[in-house]
Design a protein around this ligand. Sequence first.
Ligand code: ZN
Length: 399
Amino acid sequence: MRKDELPDPNGQEIRLFVCGPTVYDYAHLGHARTYLAVDMMVRYLRFRGYRPHAVMNITDIDERIVKKSEETGRDVQEVAHEFEKFFLEDMKTLGIDSIDRYERASDHIPDIIRQVEHLISAGYAYETETGVYFDVSKFASYGQLSHQSEADLRLRRLELCSTKHHPEDFSLWRKFDEGPLWDSPWGMGRPGWHIEDTAISMKHLGPSYDIHAGGAELVFPHHEAEIAQGEALTSRKPFVKYWIHTGMLNVGSVKMSKSLGNVVRIRDALATCTKEELRLFFANTHYRRVASFSKSGLLKARRRLGSIRQTVRQLRSCSSEKPAGKVDLRLLRDVSRVEAGFMAAMDDDFDTARALRVLSRFLETARRKMKSRRFASSTCEGAVNRILALSSVIGILAD
Ligand SMILES: [Zn+2]
């Protein structure tokens, strides 16, 4: 992984796309981890003086939604809309307020069709009797993001279909005669998943943009395919400046997965803890690393949050009880130091775990000092406000 310096903030816009959920089931803690990490990044960019603009897609066209509708005997759109509603409720309950637009794939069919037509006319895609496919042999850097050679890619047998020119080619449009259908120059059918996101992100963020985020499991083939599509469409490199991938989530020491039956829904987790506890829990692991969800981890987060809150309360009451007095320069210097440390941690690839440690250490020291002496009220008030501003990046105290 390479780290770069971001340009000076000065109100500069940062355009960001986040791969959203496929709305066929309730969102789980894996989603929460990714979207909370993105939420903290956007809050931090705002705190630093950037103007982030974030778009998330809602995948409401997908074979899993079709399957769910067949299983339940309900209309496909009804299923998708219901789980979209649950998802947006969960985002709200988690305090995720950083997404400016949620965009459904089904609202972008004309954009998708235009992109597929363009890819065919530019020689990057071809039609067969089953659909339209992207010819990865025409895109020289395919495999770069996931560091795979042509031979590696050939071994990944995805989207089995005998009409494709190469096994690694991926679909842009699939021809179907049942299920939800849209008309296209290639007949009735449905778009491929990768092109849905490329069409949505380019429509709302432009032909190239700053950050594209998603879970690590999306690196291949999804993001690899998105780069191929985006760069083939515009002949501009890079399509996206920075790719941000969140690590996997384990439950205990086992990967959380549907097949293992250990998936924890966001709403079930939030029945046993608060959003602040969950935010602190996830912030305590760097977003790129594997995180392990456990009751004991959550309890630790609860205790830590309790102690942070208590110290902030003490600092506050010190400010309300004591008359305005001499400003304690040492406390203000400590607060400046904690701000610098917090920012240094967040500037280093959004290291929320380190930023939290800086904050906790300061509060521990402040608590000790408060036992032996009192600070002047004007100092306390200023210190509390500055600590609250830092903690609002993580979202662990009242926003
Ligand atoms: Zn995506």
